[in-house]
Each structure stands twice: as C-alpha cells, then as structure tokens.
Design a protein around this ligand. Sequence first.
Ligand code: SF4
Length: 333
Amino acid sequence: MESFLEVDRLQTAFKTDKGEVISVEEVTFSLEPGETIGIVGESGCGKSVTSLSIMRLLGKQGYIKQGAVKLNGTDLTKLTEAEMRSIRGNEISMIFQEPMTSLNPVFTIGNQMTELIRLHMKMNQKQAKSYAIEMLKKVGIPRAEAIINEYPHALSGGMRQRVMIAMALSCKPKLLIADEPTTALDVTIQAQILELMKKLREESETAIMLITHDLGVIAEMADKVLVMYAGEVVEETDVFTLFDDPKHPYTKGLIDSIPHLEYESSNRLYSIPGTVPTLQHMPKGCRFHTRCPHATEKCTKEKPQLLLVDGQDHHKVRCLLYEGMDVRKGVLV
Ligand code: SF4
C-alpha cells in the first residue's frame, strides 16, 4: 500500500555559472499520517533543498532532475504551478528558518492570518479574527489582540517566527514541513512550540517533516530519522536506534558533539573536523572520507551504497565498513 508521502529517488539540481550542480542525490523516504521524520545534518547537507523540492520552491535556478514526490498518490513533480499553489498552505504548510520569507511586509499580521484562515478553514471574518488571536496566544505571543494590528517589521525576529508558526499550524495541514522551526527562539518558547506541534500531530494526524541540526529536538519529536551528508542520505533508522546504535561515522560524530550533563567545562566538546564539501568540489568515493576517522584508501575511490544493516529491516547505512559485513553493535568505537 502506498504511503501518505513517498519521496522516491529524488534528485535536485541547480544551474550555476559553472554548469549544473546536483544538490540532493537519490533521497528516498516515506511518511504516514501522524508520523514525524527528522532530517539532520550540518548546513549545506541538502536538508533544506529536500524540503524545498517537495514544496517545489526551488527558485529559477533549481529543478527536480529525477525522482518522484507522491502525496496521497499524486506526483507533485508533475503538477502545474497553479495546482501546486493550491496544495501549498492547504495540504502542506511550511515553517521556514527566516520568517520574512513568508510574511508580507505590507499587510498587518491580522490581515495575513485572517485571509489565510478564511480561505482554508471556511470561517467568516469575525470567526477568523478570533481564531487568529487564539493561535497567536497558543504560540506564546503576549498582547495578541494588539499584535494582530501590527506590521511584521514592528516585531522582533522571535515574534515573527512565532507568528509564522501560528499561521502554519492554524490551517491544520496534512503535512507540516518545519525547517529549523525553533532555532531562533529561546528554550521556553521552543518547548511551547514543540508541544504545539505534538498536539497538532495527535489531533489532526498531521505528518511532520522536521529539518534540524539539533539532535535534542530530534530525540523529542521524531519517530524516524534521515541523516544527510553532502546531499546524500548516509543513515536511516528509527529514533531509538539512532541514539542507541548509530552506525555511520558521521552520525557518531554528530552524537558525540552533543554536550552531556556530566560534561566538564574543562573538557573540550568534540566537533567533527573539517567542513562539508561544496557542491562544486565533491570528493570522489565516499563524500565523507575527507573528515572520517576510519577512512581507508578504498574510501577515496569507491562510492558506498545505502544498504540495510545485516539482520535489520529498517536500519540503512552508507559506509564501506559495513558492506558485506555482519554489523554488530560497537564495531566502530
Ligand atoms: Fe568513513 Fe569510509 Fe565509511 Fe566513508 S566509507 S564513512 S570514509 S569508513
């Protein structure tokens, strides 16, 4: 049976002065109603491009080169721009990292929210206004009755972010794509927003795609996780296995970079050496070999495949160390 969302071998490219560059390579995953998938990785790993590809918001230079994105059986890559517009904000909502990209500076918060709510929730002006105020209060906005008459520029970055989250949640989308939704917010508001997202998931069976570099948010929210590196998925598993038994050296590095409670301030926190390669200078072989503590000669030449870990039906890893191997816990420490 087909899943609610099926992303199948998605490949996204951009036109540049120096020719075409592939930003996202063969990303495949599925998502059911009420389920949350976390996509993690450093900046430049392809997380945001994956979500923008699903929304078909790649700008003039970007395009889906191959693959399919099926929502309830409809391949979004085949829809016209007009058909896609009616899906955005209706069936799919997105919370961006930068709130000014989705707030219109020339309309008040109230205008923007009530228009959206009237359109998608079939409410009259009065109902839409009181629902907008209620949603603003739910995301922790003080004086919501007054804020509704303000223009976006009059609000701080954190307040704008919360307005955008209120707008995205107000229409009870079937799929919510949240790209670093709480990065700019303080921890109390962050916790409030995550609670709201959980509530939406429970009440409306909303499927959530959560893009973040914060493994704490992943641990709290996600059912399953894709770890991306340099445009590719390098590990895919459920959230418990990710933290209990990570396989890929990159995933291990990300987990080792999290500060622990017993962490002593005199110890330096681990960080993965080096940086993510640029799209124009992708290393041959395994893309992670320039930063991997386990890299061998073979890794510089041979490209690893994303393969099931032996004996498991949901844990995949892209690393030559595991190819043809009976992978046991702790093999790479
Ligand atoms: Fe490291 Fe080699 Fe595995 Fe790549 S294939 S992650 S370089 S051990």
